[in-house]
Each structure stands twice: as C-alpha cells, then as structure tokens.
Design a protein around this ligand. Structure first.
Ligand SMILES: [Fe+2]
Length: 412
C-alpha cells in the first residue's frame, strides 16, 4: 500500500512534464496533496540576513477558514521555544493558503530549530554571519524550472553547503498563471536544497520573464505568485539590494519585465553604487548584456550594456551574474565593451542553465569578448574569503566546467 508521501511523489512525477508545458491554473490533484507544511516549506530574506529569516509554506484550504498555525523556534542551544502565529494570505489562482513567519532580532551566524506545534519533525535554518572572517560559500544561477536537470543541479549545489542560493529569474516557469509549477518547484527545493546539517538553504531571487504573464513591460498584477512570495522584498519596485554585514552586497535588477531598464531603475542603481561598498559587491539579473545564445544586438542586451555596464565599470563591480540564455559563459574582464589585459574590468558570468533546456552557443559569438562558453546545465559556486573571491561553474553531473579567482583588490 502506498503511503501518502509516495503517492504525492508519484503524482508529482507524472505531472511534471505536463505542468511545465501547459499553461493553466491549478490542478486539484496536486493542490490536494498540500496538507502538510513541510512539502513546500522554504526560507528567504526580506531584511537583514544576519538577524532575520522568512519562512513560508503553502497549504490546501478549499472551503473552510484556514487553520491558525503557530511556528515554534529556538536557537539550537536554547532551552525554551518561542512561538509566533503565521500570517495567512490566499495563494493566487488556487485553493491554497500561503503561510508566512518573519523572524527578526535573531543572532548572526546561528543555527535555529523550528517546528509546527508541539510535535512532529524539527527543521533548521542558519542566519548569515556579521563578518567575513574565514570562508563563505553561496551558489548562483537562474532558469531553473522543474526539469530533471534542475533537480540534479540543486543536488550538486547543496553539496557545496552554501549559506544561500540566489536565482536571477525564471524560477518555477509559472508564467504568472501556473500554480502547479510553483508547487513542484518549492517541493523540489525543499527536498534537495538542504545543507549537510539538513538546514534549509534560503532562496534569494530576481525577476525573470517566466515570472510574468506576458514576459516584458507588464504590471505587478501579471506576476501574482512572485509578489505573493517575495513582494515584501520588492514592495514598490522590482529591484533591490541585499547587504550582508560589511562584506557582501547583492544587487538584484529587473531586465524590463516590470521596471524599464533605463530611467528610474538605472538612477537607483547609480545611487546604490555610489554608497560605500562592502568588501564584495555583485549584480544579478535575468537578460544578459553579453548573451551566449541570443543575438548580441538584442534590444534588452543593448540596453543593459548602454545603461548598466558604464555604472558597473565606474563603481568597479567585479562580477555580474546574468541568465536567460541557457548556456554557460564567462567574459573576459571588459571595459567599454572591450577586453582589458591589465587593471580593472567587469566579468559577466552566466547564462542561466540551472535546469532549463540547454541551448547552442551562438555561432557568431565574438570570441574576443568571451573567455569560456559551453552548452551545459550548471550552477556557479562563489567562495569568498577576506583575501579572494573564487567562482566555479559546476555541471549537473558534478564536473567543474570553469573557474576563476579574483583577489580582493579586484573588488575595489
Ligand atoms: Fe528567461
């Protein structure tokens, strides 16, 4: 006799391909399985990652009032549990309720335990350190979805024991309408994005075309799932910066899915970059300025190069993480669209193949600009120490595709 867990897995497996290619609302078959918080339980950050954590999950609540749920938590070495009632909101286009607990005033670099109610399994999460004293690892990529390669890449990424994962758009491939794509995505993330100590790996995001019904130049209403889950981090705009102590800042940008590239967003980018930088600072967004598959003269790629690249150069952003093209690429250090052999240059790494179907590298690609290209599913492991920043692209089968080390001075 099948257990409920096995039944859920069978239904998921059966529906994955259908889900990925069929625009729709929700199917009862998948929704009805969400009777336990842990199936879609995931963590993210809206505020200071050293002292806060956001925990969210989806539950099937067809007709009745959603159940009130209290989440209990404690530091790993604490004696007593604390508890908080989860906020509730309907999850769009479904019979699901999204539950959220936002914990603040936590201790940096600390493992916390949490559980639902007084019994049942215990889950853990870790806050970010206040200072970069030794080594810090995070993983980056984009264009994930629910294809088999996405699961393989997540499994490889989790093996790096990252503090967090940052995805630059095209997360669940829900296109603003497909609830089931989000259910499957979160279930896969829950199952595979665990550190060796089994703590949940927080998901930080930027927006991509597959978050939005209509892809480009749309309103927030056309990306209902994205804002239901990540809206408090993007309350007024679709770009923001996340700062970790004095050592790391991630700048998430929107390649015109909702916010135009030129104008207000570029002005905000300049103001953000003008502020005193932490030790390391990177930008991440969806459509590449230096594409590996699509046309170099694509309208949005040109807009990225014309509006943002001069700022990355002026304010010395050493590495920019791009996505959307489903290949691996690394450019040479570039200034004014040309490679530099000495001194500072901006390196563009990508191009979003966490799980999406990989594509051919463009035949007419200008080899003088690109140091490495390859048609391969991969993620990027970033290892920071006070002295250096190391980037390693790892494939879905665990092979090292490419690597690059920059000294600390490259970040200044
Ligand atoms: Fe995309």
């Amino acid at each position: 006799m099948f257990t409920r867990k096995v039944t859920f897995q069978i239904i998921l497996t059966t529906l994955v391909l259908w889900v990925m290619h069929t625009p729709m609302y929700a199917s009862d078959a998948i929704e009805k399985q969400l009777t336990r918080p842990d199936l879609t339980l995931f963590t993210t950050w809206y505020a200071d990652p050293t002292t806060s954590m956001v925990i969210q999950w989806l539950l099937y609540t067809p007709e009745h009032e959603p159940e009130i749920i209290r989440l209990r938590w404690q530091a790993d070495d604490a004696q007593h549990w604390q508890s908080l009632q989860a906020q509730q909101a309907p999850f769009p286009k479904s019979k699901l309720t999204r539950y959220r607990v936002e914990l603040t005033n936590l201790e940096p670099d600390t493992l916390y335990r949490m559980r639902f109610g007084y019994e049942g399994p215990i889950y853990t999460f870790r806050t970010a350190p206040k200072k970069l004293t030794d080594k810090l690892v995070f993983v980056a990529g984009g264009d994930a979805g629910n294809w088999p390669a996405a699961v393989q890449v997540s499994q490889q990424a989790a093996e790096c024991d990252p503090l967090f994962a940052v995805l630059g758009g095209d997360l669940a491939y829900a296109n603003g309408v497909n609830v089931d794509a989000w259910i499957v995505f979160l279930n896969n993330w829950r199952k595979h994005m665990l550190r060796s100590d089994k703590s949940l790996i927080p998901l930080i995001v930027a927006i991509g075309n597959h978050e939005v019904e209509g892809s480009f130049n749309k309103s927030r209403e056309m990306a209902p799932f994205f804002f239901n889950l990540f809206g408090p981090y993007f309350p007024d705009t679709t770009y923001n910066a996340m700062t970790f102590g004095n050592y790391l800042q991630l700048i998430m940008l929107d390649t015109q899915h909702i916010s135009p590239i030129a104008g207000e967003q570029t002005n905000w980018l300049k103001e953000t970059l003008q502020k005193t930088p932490p030790t390391y600072r990177y930008a991440i967004y969806h459509v590449p300025g230096y594409p590996s598959h699509r046309e170099f003269e694509g309208e949005l790629s040109q807009a990225v190069r014309e509006n943002w690249s001069p700022l990355f150069e002026q304010y010395k952003v050493p590495v920019v993480l791009e996505n959307h093209d489903h290949c691996y690429k690394r450019t040479h250090p570039l200034i004014n669209k040309k490679p530099v052999t000495s001194g500072f240059g901006v390196v563009y790494i990508g191009d979003g193949a966490w799980g999406g179907e990989i594509r051919d590298v463009r035949q007419t690609l200008q080899n003088t600009l690109y140091a490495k290209t390859q048609k391969v599913n991969h993620f990027i492991q970033v290892t920071l120490t006070p002295q250096s920043q190391h980037f390693r692209a790892i494939s879905n089968t665990g092979d090292v595709v490419d690597q690059m080390t920059l000294t600390h001075s490259n970040a200044k």
